[in-house]
Design a protein around this ligand. Structure first.
Ligand code: IMP
Length: 191
């Protein structure tokens, strides 16, 4: 079975290849000669994941899946959510995004937050969604050097360290993306 992962992120492709048996061949966008910027103009994670997968299925004819992730902070009405990558502006850095979240939370007691990942799979024209979430809270200060994005300010529930203080494998067991990915892998293995 050949299936396209609609992402340009090599780490994500390598990660899922490690989890799947070799009968399921994962193709990158580059491998199907897709050099387009994928559309991502919806205002929900589900909407964006489906939009990206549908773009590949419609234009290239491959079964395909795509993911979208957001950080939802309870005390900020679930901001930044679907806008997590560009919270502080279109070309902003992860540092600027984290500073914006920390500033907006100043003086608030509720620092609960969760990461949510949605994976949309299109198989023979049928759409399926797989979701993973990781609950935790936003710390008052950054801690840790590992990971990416908001990892230094997110402490998962039940742990006394941030995602940025965890190894990749430690994070993968409890992370939103790890959970959603394992659900997808289980489905593909049974198909
Ligand atoms: P994407 O949909 O995977 O590209 O994620 C969108 C944005 O959410 C990223 O640019 C990061 O800012 C943030 N993000 C996604 N996953 C994580 C994570 O595991 N840790 C920290 N930030 C993340």
């Amino acid at each position: 079975m050949k299936i396209v992962f609609a992402t340009n992120n090599h780490n994500k492709i390598a990660e899922i290849k490690d989890l799947l048996p070799c009968e399921i061949q994962i193709l990158s966008l580059k491998e199907i000669n897709c050099n387009n910027e994928l559309p991502e103009t919806q205002n929900t994670l589900e909407g964006n994941a489906v939009q990206k997968a549908e773009f590949v299925f419609t234009n290239y004819g491959y079964n395909c899946f795509a993911d979208d992730t957001g950080l939802e902070i309870e005390g900020l009405n679930n901001e930044p959510g679907v806008y997590s990558a560009r919270y502080a502006g279109v070309h902003c850095s992860p540092e600027e995004n984290m500073q914006k979240a920390l500033q907006k939370l100043e003086g608030k007691n509720n620092r609960k937050a969760k990461f949510r990942t949605v994976i949309a799979l299109i198989m023979d024209g049928k759409i399926l969604l797989f979701e993973g979430e990781c609950k935790g809270e936003i710390t008052k200060e950054k801690a840790g050097e590992k990971g990416f994005g908001y990892d230094p300010i997110f402490r998962p529930s039940g742990f006394d360290k941030t995602f940025a203080q965890m190894s990749k494998s430690e994070k993968g067991v409890i992370s939103h993306r790890g959970i959603a990915t394992r659900k997808l892998v289980e489905f593909l293995q049974e198909s």
